[in-house]
Design a protein around this ligand. Structure first.
Ligand code: IMP
Length: 184
């Protein structure tokens, strides 16, 4: 079976392939620009995009969208994470968090799969925002995010270590479990 992953990120495809290869599912990467609406929830962004894309593909396909939600900032940057990372960056977030005691935050990932019907899978990793950037691995907000139960940031973890507990890893695990139970 083949499933299309609509993304421009090759790393994401490689990560997903690890979950699907044991199920005999091949992922085909397709780069298609689709609209990302301004909404408060990742689920709404993903559902709108699935609806927009669904008539443009003749194979089952999925997309994913993630974000960092900081409690003391009322969930900011949330759905705006990509834009905020490009503009404020980690330094900007650390500045916004200066003097803030509540460091609680979580990463959330939402996968939208379309096979004639819409299916949504989610993954969350709770943690906290550090007081400085640490580590050089990974991407995005990794250097300032310390997952629950650890004393190091995502950027101080190997890809393998991070993927086991990450929001994306968890969403992919739920998605692949569903595929295994429902399709094969
Ligand atoms: P995307 O929807 O997965 O591309 O994520 C949107 C933005 O959220 C990215 O541009 C990153 O800034 C941030 N982000 C998502 N996942 C991660 C992660 O695992 N580590 C660090 N930053 C992330």
């Amino acid at each position: 079976m083949e499933i299309v992953f609509i993304t421009s990120n090759k790393g994401k495809v490689e990560e997903a392939q690890k979950y699907f290869a044991p199920l005999g599912i091949k992922i085909i990467q397709k780069k298609i620009e689709y609209p990302e609406i301004q909404a408060e929830e990742l689920e709404d962004v993903v559902e709108f995009a699935l609806n927009w894309l669904k008539d443009k593909l003749d194979k089952p396909f999925f997309i994913d969208d993630s974000g960092l939600f900081i409690e003391a900032l009322d969930g900011f940057p949330g759905v705006y994470s990509a834009y905020v990372f490009k503009t404020l960056g980690n330094e900007g977030i650390l500045k916004l968090m200066e003097g803030v005691e509540n460091r609680k935050a979580y990463f959330k990932s939402v996968i939208g799969y379309y096979d004639g019907e819409m299916h949504i899978f989610k993954g969350i990793v709770k943690g906290r925002i550090g007081y400085e950037k640490r580590g050089s691995l990974g991407f995005g907000f990794d250097p300032i995010f310390i997952p629950e139960g650890f004393d190091k940031t995502f950027a101080e973890m190997t890809t393998e270590e991070k993927n086991k507990i990450s929001h994306r890893g968890r969403a992919l695990a739920t998605f692949s479990k569903w595929l295994k139970e429902n399709l094969i």
